[in-house]
Ligand binder design. Structure first.
Ligand code: COA
Length: 256
């Protein structure tokens, strides 16, 4: 690779993606802006989703520099108009992340606000630290949280707390988020939170990926799709060679 021309800044990706064997680790990497989510970051998330849709892997998401993400990039948001809102720039990216075939695990530390919180809500599993500050201050900026908070947060913590967070701008700290079930593990530091998220991903890697993907599909299906979707997915799994192999291995374990 040639060096950038004098005076020209090398274009650094706002998302670092690493193959960690059992999973893919993606780091929101704009620490100087507290990982605020701008269009480049959204584009990078779409590119990552395209890869994970083609080659399904568990995804661990975290932020560089001690924060997850302090929101959508307000400098860009201020310039966006009605057509941009209708295009759902962040909403579509977070829906795509939520719909990834394999689990998405978010390791949360520091600020996870606005769009940053909504990205965290789109994950399947969240782990946090006491230093976490998570919530939706959008109404203070004259907008609403339209990238998933109004439906996902209510599903995650229930209507009463979701209403308080969204209507009053209450920010939860890590202990409060843990008490509300918004994060399911609370670790002392960001490094420990990330290590726990990666351990969870390693555990997922031992399970049958087809069964994991089917479970995610039924978990994300609307209420009216049950139980038909569960039975259809189970019918496929009941015929799978991997089910036969895993069950036979269990039944024959004492003979060895
Ligand atoms: N969009 C754009 N830039 C952001 C940002 C966001 N959502 N959040 C932080 N930044 C930038 C700041 O502008 C600052 O940039 P600068 O150094 O070029 O001025 C840098 O990140 C560091 O943030 P700063 O505000 O100096 O840190 P702080 O410790 O004083 O405060 C926060 C941290 C998170 C409380 C504060 O940055 C904040 O309130 N951010 C916006 C939160 C928000 O409303 N998010 C919802 C958006 S939908």
């Amino acid at each position: 690779m040639s060096a950038p021309a004098p005076g020209a800044e090398a274009h650094r990706s706002p998302l670092t993606v690493e193959d960690r064997g059992t999973h893919v680790l993606a780091t929101l990497d704009r620490p100087e802006k507290r990982n605020a989510i701008d269009q480049d970051l959204i584009d990078a998330l779409h590119a990552l989703c395209a890869e994970l849709e083609r080659d399904p892997r568990t995804l661990v998401l975290h932020g560089a520099g001690g924060d997850f993400a302090a929101g959508a990039d307000i400098a860009q948001l201020r310039e966006r108009r009605a057509a941009d809102a209708r295009a759902g720039i962040n909403t579509r990216a977070f829906m795509r992340i939520s719909a990834l075939p394999m689990p998405v695990i978010a390791a949360l530390d520091g600020y996870a606000l606005g769009g940053g919180a909504e990205l965290a809500y789109a994950a399947d599993v969240r782990v946090g630290t006491p230093a976490l500050r998570i919530g939706n201050p959008e109404t203070g900026l004259g907008i609403l949280a339209a990238a998933g908070a109004s439906w996902r947060l209510r599903e995650l913590v229930g209507e009463p707390l979701a209403a308080e967070i969204l209507l009053t701008g209450r920010i939860l700290d890590g202990a409060e988020a843990f008490a509300a079930g918004l994060v399911t593990h609370l670790l002392d530091t960001g490094a420990e939170a990330l290590a726990t998220a990666e351990k969870i991903a390693a555990r997922v890697a031992k399970l049958d990926p087809e069964a994991t993907r089917a479970t995610k599909r039924v978990l994300r299906a609307p209420r009216e799709a049950h139980p038909a979707i569960d039975l259809a997915e189970q019918a496929t799994l009941f015929e799978s060679p991997e089910k036969m192999r895993r069950m036979t291995e269990f039944l024959e374990r004492k003979k060895k």
